[in-house]
Design a protein around this ligand. Structure first.
Ligand code: CU
Ligand code: ZN
Length: 152
């Protein structure tokens, strides 16, 4: 489980993924600056090239849709069956403008479109249960998410 603790986000459903690179910088594509592009694509160590959502067999970084409450907070625990802490350390976590239909059709990558918030995932001291180990589930990293989202 992964428990977000986020605020100041637009209400509604948003695509929510682990992306490959530990950077949230903008990069230029075709001369246009694109927010969060330096994070790269969805974390896909198996090189599946497929976006199938958190229950699928494509990108390992695919997570359930992040549902933001009307007051802009997101705090509901999410099931992330394919991810362990070791997978996500040193990568980034991304929130998209639109939702996620867990498919590459009709739009690629779930259709979430623009990247609206991002954080680089770093190891933190965990007060309960000690330091996270490679075998821990992602939930032990929950404190990481307290100040994670840097809105673009
Ligand atoms: Cu994404
Ligand atoms: Zn994906």
């Amino acid at each position: 489980m992964l428990t977000p603790n986020l605020k100041d986000l637009p209400a509604g459903d948003h695509g929510f993924h682990i992306h490959q690179n530990p950077s949230c910088e903008s990069l230029k594509k075709d001369g246009i600056s694109i927010a969060g592009l330096a994070a790269g694509g969805h974390f896909d160590p198996g090189n599946t090239g497929k976006h199938e959502g958190y229950m699928g067999h494509g990108h390992k970084g695919d997570m359930p849709v992040l549902t933001v409450n009307p007051n802009g907070t997101a705090d509901k625990a999410l099931i992330v069956p394919h991810l362990k802490e070791v997978d996500i350390l040193g990568r980034s976590i991304m929130i998209h403008a639109g939702g996620d239909n867990y498919s590459d059709t009709p739009l690629p990558l779930g259709g979430g479109g623009a990247r609206i918030a991002c954080g680089v995932i770093k190891q933190v001291e965990v007060s309960e249960g000690g330091q996270g180990s490679a075998d821990n589930e992602v939930g032990t990293l929950l404190t990481v998410f307290q100040n994670l989202a840097n809105s673009f």
